[in-house]
Write a protein that binds this ligand. Structure first.
Ligand code: HOZ
Length: 428
């Protein structure tokens, strides 16, 4: 049989790009098979290089809350492009974007724009260490905060997908300052704080875990985390790269009514272009260069095209759209649940607003260890059945899928029908 166009492309790519992809999660490693090469996207649809159409639930891993190629975002980008691509100077639009973010997330008093979520978390940690004059941080097993060295300890997302949650190349000295607690288990945090008195600069957490599948916080976990960190003069950092503007207009901090000291952002804030940000209490943020001594910089930070896309995207967001998203997400979740119940398959469908994931297990999934016990083989079969039918979900058990404003009730109904057929074909 002749290789498909996708096979030809991945073979070509593998010769000159490690693994043939520029970010590991794209490679289909854990679900096997040939990665699909996309050509273009519009609304809720992705189109591959052969012209095949998919209803998209990847949403570029989170940014596409409005769907693909939203006209208001494209207009803003076109207008910005006509003025030049980058100046390496301050621009008025950066103030506008920072103002809009601060308006939507009032716990952020000052904001610094960077180029990715990884830069945001990496810089937030440096700042927290400088502010508290302490070295250690606490993260949670299975949380993913980008690929900076100090976070590649029991890291979720592609690191878990590929089976390298502790990456080679990260020195033992670097990770010695990273302590790992368990999500939804406040005692595990308390124990680490007690065994390292006055040494912890910050606790960083995805308020809804989104990189080991989707795992919501239970039983006031985030409130307890806030109390514990305050009592011990430790900064609380919410990594809202995924949840920011996704689970609520004001992010998870609004949804769960918990006030972090610092927040990291990415994905939606760039409307599909590379951007990240971190912000929070002014007394902490004022320590950043050039206002203060903590160095952080970037040639393309605040890039005018990315900023224009970010402003245009955030300007589309309002409380009503979260009601619409919830309705769409509910329609999809209820349909999938109904199918799974009819077929008596074990599952946990975990969802917060328009981010969700499906685990094939009858056991609760409230932390990373439990997520790792789910059947990834069944997930892989399910993924491929959906893909073949023209529905693009993230190619890993340890990721979230996203519903966008562009998904219509008819498209969601078609997804539920295809889901039934896909589930029927499983061999768990
Ligand atoms: N950060 C995303 C995980 N939720 C995946 C994007 C990537 O690693 O390519």
């Amino acid at each position: 049989m002749n290789p498909s166009q996708h096979e030809q492309l991945i073979q070509q790519a593998q010769k000159i790009i490690p693994g043939g992809v520029n970010s590991p999660v794209r490679a289909f490693k854990s679900v096997q098979g040939v990665p699909v090469f996309m050509d273009h996207a519009q609304g809720a649809y992705l189109y591959d290089v052969t012209g095949k159409q998919y209803i998209d639930y990847l949403g570029s891993w989170g940014p596409c809350i409005l769907g693909h190629a939203h006209p208001a975002v494209l207009d803003a980008v076109h207008t910005a492009i006509d003025k030049g691509l980058t100046f390496g100077t301050a621009t008025a639009a950066e103030i506008q974007l920072a103002q809009r973010v601060i308006e939507l997330m009032p716990n952020i008093q000052m904001l610094r724009l960077v180029n990715s979520g990884t830069e945001a978390t990496m810089s937030a940690i440096r700042l927290a260490r400088a502010f508290t004059q302490r070295d250690r941080i606490i993260k949670f097993a299975g949380c993913y905060h980008g690929h900076a060295d100090s976070f590649l300890v029991q890291a979720g997302s592609g690191a878990t997908t590929l089976g390298t949650p502790n990456s080679p190349g990260v020195t033992p000295a670097t990770v010695a300052d990273t302590l790992t607690a368990h999500f939804n288990n406040i005692d595990s945090v308390q124990n680490l704080i007690q065994s390292h008195p006055d040494q912890i600069a910050a606790v960083i957490v995805e308020p809804v875990m989104g990189n080991a599948g989707v795992i919501p916080p239970t039983n006031n976990f985030l409130t307890q985390l806030r109390q514990l960190t305050t009592q011990n003069n430790i900064l609380l950092i919410f990594d809202e790269v995924m949840t920011g503007f996704r689970v609520a207009l004001g992010g998870a901090q609004q949804l769960y009514n918990v006030k972090p000291d610092l927040t990291t952002l990415g994905k939606i804030i760039g409307g599909g272009l590379p951007i990240g940000a971190f912000g929070g209490r002014a007394d902490i943020m004022q320590m950043l260069a050039p206002a203060g001594p903590v160095y952080q910089a970037g040639t393309l930070s605040g890039n005018p095209i990315a900023v224009a896309a970010g402003i245009a995207t955030l300007n589309q967001l309002n409380p009503q759209i979260y009601i619409d998203l919830e309705q769409k997400a509910q329609q999809l979740a209820q349909g999938i649940q109904h199918n799974l119940d009819c077929l008596s398959l074990p599952y946990q469908l975990q969802r917060v607003g328009s981010m969700a994931c499906l685990f094939f297990t009858d056991q609760p999934v409230t932390n990373y260890a439990q997520a790792l016990t789910c059947s990834t083989d069944t997930f892989a079969q399910y993924f491929h059945a959906m893909l073949q039918a023209g529905f693009y979900f993230p190619p890993s058990q340890f990721e979230a899928f996203f519903i966008s404003l562009a998904h219509t009730p008819d498209q969601i109904a078609a997804t539920i029908t295809a889901n039934h057929t896909a589930l029927e074909s499983l061999n768990p």
